[in-house]
Design a protein around this ligand. Structure first.
Ligand SMILES: Nc1ncnc2c1ncn2[C@@H]1O[C@H](COP(=O)(O)OP(=O)(O)OP(=O)(O)O)[C@@H](O)[C@H]1O
Length: 252
């Protein structure tokens, strides 16, 4: 796929496969096209060229809500919750969409409510937010909002989760917890595309890693292979992420 903005080739002939059940890390220096890739998969952007298949089906022209119904959920780099709904209601809204799709959302939401409630309880426990259930999402602390976004994506039941910098702004303890949650989602059979700058998290949790630079894929492989790749090191040279990449390589 490619996506150009005027003269900027944000994504430039990217060929990427996310295998069922894996955690694929997508990394790259600032402005290398990671978020554009997520937005192409989620349907917020239309590709300038190329095709996109999900579970064998061409979804390149479907609007975002149809892709969500088919089983693609996401979190946002800049958190986007329903800030005037409670924690519980945020998770509930995602859960309801899964059961019935947007078309039946209003008419049939009551059906299956008991099972949904039980699942929402489990998700609130999973994200450590059970005690915050009645608070407005907009009033949560930053790290809690990130946790709620993840819970909401999980509540959709989508087999594919696109996580766009879920560790951004988190402290070390929160990142450890995030690491654990991402692993648990994989254990449940979810497939995860993880966009992240936090190298320790990426190298620790991902099965495979793909590296972008100027919209192109410059490397793909296991975390160890990618860390040792001279092109990857060159792309990151002199940046903070590059230093972290070296640290992760040395620690491995
Ligand atoms: N809507 C847009 N309009 C114009 N240019 C855009 C748009 N979105 C992204 N770009 C440009 O495309 C390139 C890739 O941006 P993108 O946000 O995908 O990178 P990224 O790898 O996610 O960066 P970061 O790590 O800083 O989040 C950048 O040069 C950016 O300025």
């Amino acid at each position: 796929m490619s996506r150009h903005f005027g003269g900027v080739r944000a994504v430039d002939g990217l060929d990427l496969t996310v295998r069922r059940g894996e955690i694929l890390g997508l990394i790259g220096p600032n402005g290398s096209g990671k978020s554009t890739t997520v937005n192409l998969v989620a349907g917020l952007y239309q590709p300038s060229a190329g095709t996109l298949r999900f579970d064998g089906r061409d979804i390149g022209t479907l609007p975002p809500h149809r892709r969500a119904e088919l089983g693609i959920a996401r979190t946002f780099q800049n958190i986007r919750l329903f800030s005037q709904l409670s924690v519980w209601q945020n998770v509930w809204a995602a859960r309801v969409v899964r059961e019935r799709g947007w078309d039946g959302f209003r008419a049939r939401w009551l059906a299956g409510a008991a099972r949904a409630r039980e699942e929402i309880e489990q998700l609130l426990a999973f994200s450590g937010l059970a005690h915050k259930r009645d608070q407005l999402a907009g009033n949560l602390a930053f790290g809690e909002q990130r946790r709620l976004e993840l819970a909401r994506a999980a509540a959709s039941g989508a087999p594919l989760l696109l996580l766009d910098e879920p560790a951004a702004g988190m402290n070390a303890e929160e990142i450890d917890e995030l690491d654990e949650r991402i692993r648990r989602l994989r254990e449940q059979g979810r497939t995860i595309l993880l966009i992240e700058h936090h190298m320790e998290l990426v190298m620790g949790v991902c099965d495979r890693v793909a590296v972008l630079n100027f919209g192109r894929k410059i490397a793909e492989g296991t975390p160890a292979q990618v860390q040792d790749d001279p092109q990857v090191r060159a792309a990151y040279l002199g940046s903070e992420d590059g230093d972290a990449l070296m640290d992760a390589a040395l620690a491995a």
